[in-house]
Design a protein around this ligand. Sequence first.
Ligand SMILES: C[S@@+](CC[C@H](N)C(=O)[O-])C[C@H]1O[C@@H](n2cnc3c(N)ncnc32)[C@H](O)[C@@H]1O
Length: 216
Amino acid sequence: MPRSSLRRPGQDLDLSKHLCDTDQLPNDLSSNSLFGNQHPLELEVGSGKGLFIDNASLTNPAHNFLGVEIIAKYAKHSAAKLARRQATNAMMISGNAEPLLAKSIAGGSLEAVHVYFPDPWWKKRHRKRRVLNEQSIVNLTRCLRPGGRFHFWTDVLDYFEDTVELIAEISPILGVPIPEDEIAATHDLDYRTHFERRSRQNSIPVYRIRYEKRQT
Ligand SMILES: C[S@@+](CC[C@H](N)C(=O)[O-])C[C@H]1O[C@@H](n2cnc3c(N)ncnc32)[C@H](O)[C@@H]1O
């Protein structure tokens, strides 16, 4: 399904507090270095048009939210939503989440990692490009604090099954998958993400789980 076009942020909108390129980042990504406080930090990998980070940061002001999006125009679009309402607990990074998870986030420091509707890379020979792979699962597990959450939703059954199997094999400390419920939408943007909205409006099944990292 094609993606709909993006509204351009106004030229006078100041994105300096809500958008960062990877070459402008501090070496360690933390609530302290990014937001100047100690609030729990939640990371979203692949924010797309930013519906999740916008809603989650609005409804959970006691947590900080960091979105990473590899397509610059989507990172900018998401940052513009945050800038328009002057969110103080959320920002976007324009770039690749994988090296950040591997090197820039301290072990045991994240409250949650969110991955919603990652690109499926259907062809077998392209599977290694999937954002959830052996290395990224090891990395995100390392970054989560004990008790921290990993949320994974997709409408691709094969991606869902492969990831559940892989986690059981290489990252059992994440525990067992806990099903998450579909929430009835009360208005047109009352979905966790744009891709969730699209799947549900087209009657495509969605597989929703979270893990909670074990204490030991
Ligand atoms: C299918 S879209 C889903 C977007 C959004 N999560 C949603 O559910 O509406 C997947 C997004 O992940 C982004 N992405 C893919 N690989 C990434 C990476 N390595 N780092 C950051 N973002 C990535 C893509 O650019 C795309 O916007």
